[in-house]
Design a protein around this ligand. Structure first.
Ligand code: GTP
Ligand code: MG
Length: 148
């Protein structure tokens, strides 16, 4: 199956929304194959957001992301990159529909709770960056109940 990198940002951890966010991916049927609570270094954040380094909001983004621990996760499943972003909602939470994580729980783009990879290629890069020691792939008994 495809894999994606999902991260609960410092505001999500501090607000106690880690379980809620995990629950939505579990409910959907995706499989957790990597999970870690960590205080990200400036170095890893600069690498993660290197495409945004010239944006005016970049310094604020760094300050936000380094303000506390994050929960780094890898989820596996059919179409999980695109579907993961649907579960998260739009980048701007005010444009996110109710039923999405950002639509239900936040307001500002600079406090949007979570991150999701935007392509299969970037997902693999982000997984290598945040999980250099690898994942925990495992067989699921319920696989036949989730997929045709
Ligand atoms: P991620 O899943 O976090 O990568 O969001 P995204 O892919 O929907 O958006 P993008 O990668 O373009 O931006 C990454 C993050 O930078 C966003 O999630 C926001 O937290 C932040 N960001 C993006 N655009 C803005 C902006 O215009 N203003 C501010 N303050 N933050 C922004
Ligand atoms: Mg992005």
């Amino acid at each position: 199956h495809e894999r994606t990198y999902i991260m609960v940002k410092p505001d999500g951890v501090e607000r106690g929304l880690v379980g809620e966010i995990i629950k939505r991916f579990e409910n959907k049927g995706f499989q957790l194959v990597g999970l870690q609570l960590l205080s990200p270094t400036r170095k890893i954040l600069e690498k993660h957001y290197e495409d945004l380094s010239s944006k005016p909001f970049f310094p604020g983004l760094m300050k936000y992301m380094i303000s506390g621990p994050v929960v780094a996760m890898v989820w596996s499943g059919k179409g999980v990159v695109k579907s993961g972003r649907v579960l998260l909602g739009e980048t701007n939470p005010l444009a996110s529909l109710p039923g999405t994580i950002r639509g239900d729980f936040c307001i500002d783009v600079g406090r949007n709770l979570c991150h999701g990879s935007d392509s299969v290629e970037n997902a693999e890069k982000e997984i290598a960056l945040w999980f250099p020691h690898g994942l925990v792939p495992h067989e699921r008994v319920i696989e036949k109940l989730i997929y045709e």
